[in-house]
Design a protein. Structure first.
Ligand code: BGC
Length: 248
């Protein structure tokens, strides 16, 4: 089976589509429903079930991958930065498996995006260390060395000036504080310089919805490594989750 369903659970929206995991193309419509305000497990599972219904259902043997904005270890969610605390320590993979009546693959959202960029996007065939960051409600990160993912890097929570990096430098922080592109870029400069000092990456990718406006802020950053927009934008999570579901 080369087609798989990818579901991307985010702080603001939950998206899903069927993917051809060989080509990395969506082969169904992409459905999106707003993330329930409570961010609680049952409410989110319900939305995922709704998305599958809106897609007209899926074949019983179709692999399903779900990505989520938290640390995921052996199917368990271990953190909850922008979602309900009820996820901490939850057997999330099992919860979805019960609701959907099938095995699924459950993974961190930025890690899924990283895998997608390696398979189908801007990190394909890139040797050395690639650092993907997603700038959205939070800051997600994926570390990829010679095509292999080092999971759960959580670099959005580095302390910059004694403060959680994503609180000051995510896209949500830009919106919240109505920062200009230049003012936001100053915060990003500090963040990415710190990342560079720690990891010396060969390539930095910037994903998340705002990466479509990359020309407004990426040219303002001065770093040693090239810093470029991720290729798969808003579909990266869906694509990576689907790809990982098939690999399982
Ligand atoms: C979470 C990460 C997630 C990122 C992007 C952070 O707040 O801790 O697990 O990847 O947001 O959604």
């Amino acid at each position: 089976m080369t087609h798989a369903l990818g579901i991307d659970i985010g702080g603001t929206g939950i998206k899903g589509a069927v993917v051809d995991t060989i080509t990395g193309e969506l082969v169904s419509e992409r459905k999106k429903i707003a993330t329930p305000k409570s961010g609680k497990p049952d409410a989110i599972v319900k939305v995922v079930v709704e998305i599958i219904a809106e897609l007209g259902g899926i074949a019983p043997d179709m692999p399903v991958g779900v990505c989520f904005p938290a640390i995921v270890r052996n199917g368990k969610t271990m953190s909850a930065a922008n979602i309900s605390d009820e996820w901490i320590g939850l057997e999330a993979e099992k919860l979805f498996e019960k609701a959907l009546g099938r095995d699924i693959h459950f993974v961190n959202d930025a890690d899924a995006a990283g895998v997608a960029e390696v398979r189908y996007g801007a990190a394909k065939g890139v040797p050395g260390l690639v650092l993907l960051t997603t700038l959205g409600t939070g800051i997600g990160s994926a570390l990829i060395y010679n095509g292999t993912l080092v999971p759960n890097s959580e670099l959005g929570h580095l302390l910059i000036g004694g403060r959680d990096a994503e609180k000051g430098a995510s896209f949500a922080a830009k919106e919240r504080r109505r920062l200009s592109w230049a003012a936001w870029a100053k915060r990003l400069q500090r963040y990415y310089s710190h990342l560079e000092m720690l990891f010396s990456p060969d390539l930095i990718l910037v994903g998340g919805g705002v990466s479509k406006s990359h020309e407004k802020f990426l040219p303002l950053l001065k770093l040693n490594a090239p810093i470029i927009p991720a290729k798969l934008r808003n579909n990266a999570g869906i694509l990576g989750a689907a790809a990982l579901a098939v690999k399982e």
